[in-house]
Design a protein around this ligand. Sequence first.
Ligand code: 3H9
Length: 705
Amino acid sequence: MPSPSPDSVVQTSLHGPVLVVRIDNPPVNALGQAVRAGLLAAVERAQGDDAVRAVLLVGAGKAFIAGADIREFGKPPQPPSLPEVLHRMEQLDKPVIAAIHGPALGGGLEVAMAAHYRLALPGAKLGLPEVNLGLLPGAGGTQRAPRLMGVVAAAELMLSGKHLSAKAAQAAGLVDKLAEEGDPTAAGLAYAEELLAQGAGARRTGELPIPDAATAPAALDQLALETARKSRGLFSPARIIECVRAALELPFEQGLKRERELFMECLNSPQRAGLVHAFFAERETAKIPEARAAQPRPFARLAIIGGGTMGAGITVSALDAGLAVTMIERDAESIARGQANVEKVYDGLIAKGRMKPEAKAATLARYRASTSYDDIAEVDLVIEAVFEDIDVKKAVFRELDRVCKSGCVLATNTSYLDIDAIAAVTQRPQDVIGLHFFSPANIMKLLEIVVAAKTAPDVVATAFELARRMKKVPVRAGVCDGFIGNRILAVYREAANHVLEDGASPYEIDAAVRGFGYPMGPFQVSDLAGGDIGWATRKRKAATRDPKARYVEIADRIAERGWFGQKTGRGWYLYPQGARTGQEDPEVLAIVDEERQKKGITPRSFTHEDIMRRYMAAMVNEGARVLEEGIALRPLDIDVTFLFGYGFPRWRGGPMKWADIQGLPKVLADIREFAQEDPQFWQPAPLLEKLVAEGRDFESLNRPA
Ligand code: 3H9
């Protein structure tokens, strides 16, 4: 796309003595090169034109300015830089006023802070969320915010990335005045006139004293300790602290210099690359061919079949999206249990003060339950969440086919079963789709939307619209055992089992995976989810397992003892008296040893790096297969699946982004090395070999579908 001209994205016009500078760079007025150049030109005009007595900055459209143009990160920098532009603006000797409506985030708030006065309209959102992108405010924000709001409050704003309302920003000292609802230019002009009438001049933020200078050093030490504990593995938070410390200890100009150095360190870090990838990837997954080709079918009334944990979680998501829900259960007892599961969620929110009892009653007014399928004849969309068994599901779909009105979307929440086979029992396979929610369904953001062979495009579009209404992150998947996430999971879990049998303890493997940035390791996850679940899957797959493939029986030995994890008090770990954090279990280690001996395996030692090379190589290799089979549309869909459904550390961007950052030749070389021990398990995916041969990476496949 050709870059716009500076005067098209920053328009200036004289209103009496006030030069109105309007930033108009849709969709969110990001500070790309042309905007920076336009702002600089506006500052120069204001400086040189005696008719200008004040400058008013406003944003066009729905935002003031949402920050630096994130798309420019990682590319060669184009002058003028934002710090330079803001320095010139701050130095103007005529008052500069920012009238803020909508988001003023990151570099956008930095523009406002370099102005001399700030007015905020209702709906303004002010924040410094750079930390979410692996960055710190790099255009003077770390030096100006402490001078407006105090060092500690500024540090907290930057470390949390949270947005402040207009009112909260005024209370914090970021904003001088609040305006009524209305046009930012009109409100800004009125404020400018008021300031001019008072004889107000330039009030440079960089020249202001730090309000909490006396108490800040001790508070900052405390905050630094907390940050080190909380921001596991993250690069930029400690540097944010360093910057605000510089604001406290150094003159303004030197503080800016320190900020620049630390900003550049963050900008060049792989964490910035991972987090920026995650930012765009999660906005990209809804851009699918069907969304362009078809309109969603209208829906307002849903039926959920089954009131277990999943069904209840989905019901809550649907109710929260403003939909009406009828839950179908077998009998009165199951109806009562289903309703209790739903109410438990709302009661939890009420107990935490996050919901008013009246709101619960109003929400539940849209909920009903029945034992009769005939009661859902008129619903627009059904989500089946019954027991994970193909025959049970087929029976449900025969019923749905019998009762549901024509055009009703019929969805299954299966996590791995063949949706084509389920669709085939109906007379309307075009209306059948998979909606794979993750547990707890009212909390987990990921929704795999599984498109079966005959699913109609408008049904796919409807599913994406449902995801949007439920505030889920949707990922389009194709039909195979486990779709995107669980299919890849099965393979890297198997790689972990191999490492276990070959010599690493489950505790070492969990520690390596946590060290990589996951909140939990795979054996902890198994204990949390229940070891019986994985055991059932293994038994189901036993009949089709290749007898020549390596199979590790250790997990079966644990499950056979009834050690299913937290719910039974022991699994891979011990949980005495209902403890939630497990203790290492010598008996488990003895079982592991016994199994190794049975197979004549002499245990060898693995470093955390050895463990992770295998874990990740297995993940990426299966990811490449999922791509070449068209199960995932793009590598970014796999990344988003793992970021939102499997606890993959966001700052690594997802497994495919991780592979790109490592370099695909290195990942392929690892796979080939491991293949020398087990050529069957470690067959390189042809797509991976092809990309390496062509000198390409996964990113090259991330084109909009
Ligand atoms: C920074 O400022 C660094 C400085 O300190 C240092 C400089 C030296 N750039 O989210 P939406 C796109 S770091 C480019 O769907 P919403 C977005 O991709 C930056 N593009 O809408 C999407 O594109 P598409 C600090 C951006 O209404 C479209 O805009 N700022 C940017 O739900 C709509 O976005 C931030 O981190 C950007 N900065 O939410 C703020 N922002 O239509 C990041 C958005 O092609 N942005 N886009 O998919 C946000 O938090 C939300 O986008 C916002 C709007 C709240 C503004």
